[in-house]
Design a protein around this ligand. Structure first.
Ligand SMILES: [Zn+2]
Length: 271
């Protein structure tokens, strides 16, 4: 299914009233609550408590702090077709269990709907690309007021990641595999929380990606293979040097040209 959006510009979904230039919050949960309050005031969301729970569950699964002092808490719930975005800036910084251990100074909170499949991947790819742009920190963290901040954020565009490469989702896909494998081993009564965790991940990954994942799981019992000492651990065939170096140290997903499994970097540090 092809999804079309009313606009491909992120800031078209971000009115100045959805920006908190100086967050009062001192921790992660307070920050999420503060931004959710904004969305309630703007009548963009209704069930604040449920959404808060969802967002926190998602953060427990894996922090949405992407590095570069930016976090991206989110939930996919019923919003009647809305994309609800709130942005908060914190001069002091907030501990968000970031992958790079740095405090978070910019929080982009997003709540969206089941009627907008694929949206997350568009947005995530756009944000990932924006975060790689030189000078983005200067423009974001040097902004003197709301409108300067909003102007800097207008550079973020919704776009689809390249086909052979899915940006910054490798760890999440690996987590989904670990959960699915665990699910098979536990007793029926213990499956429900695992099922819920798996659904959180499934909701935000691209549909085509999840389909492929399920097919591989069914066929081989696993879908994600690490690249270790230069070879795909799914088929033991060497991975092209160029792809190998691209995978190393990244959180991107590639596809093994030989066996078709998802390739991710090995956890074992190669010497
Ligand atoms: Zn392979």
């Amino acid at each position: 299914m092809k999804v079309t959006f009313k606009s491909s510009h992120f800031t078209d979904y971000l009115k100045p009233s959805q920006i908190v230039f100086n967050l009062k919050a001192k921790d992660k949960i307070q920050a999420i609550e503060e931004l959710l309050d904004v969305l309630v005031k703007q009548k963009l969301i209704k069930n604040e408590k449920l959404i808060l729970t969802r967002i926190i569950d998602r953060e427990r699964l894996e922090s949405t702090a992407l590095g570069h002092n930016v976090a991206f808490p989110h939930a996919r719930v019923d919003t009647e077709g809305n994309l609800a975005v709130a942005v908060g800036k914190s001069a002091k910084g907030i501990d968000f269990d970031s992958i790079d251990d740095k405090k978070v100074h910019l929080i982009i909170l997003i709540v969206w709907d089941h009627s907008l499949p694929g949206l997350f991947n568009h947005l995530f790819a756009g944000l990932a690309q924006f975060l790689r742009k030189p000078g983005f920190r200067q423009r974001i963290f040097g902004a003197k007021n709301k409108s300067e901040l909003r102007k800097a954020l207008s550079e973020v565009e919704l776009q689809l990641p390249q086909e052979d490469r899915i940006i910054s989702r490798a760890s999440l896909l690996k987590k989904l595999q670990d959960i699915e494998i665990k699910k098979k081993k536990v007793k029926k009564a213990q499956r429900k929380p695992l099922e819920e965790q798996a659904n959180l991940i499934r909701h935000e990954l691209d549909e085509a990606l999840v389909d492929r994942f399920d097919r591989l799981m069914k066929r081989y019992g696993f879908a994600v293979a690490e690249v270790d000492i230069g070879a795909c651990q799914g088929c033991n065939i060497n991975v092209a040097t160029g792809m190998r170096s691209a995978i190393e140290g990244s959180n991107d997903i590639y596809i093994c040209e030989n066996c078709g499994k998802f390739l991710i970097a090995s956890k074992n540090k190669e010497k």
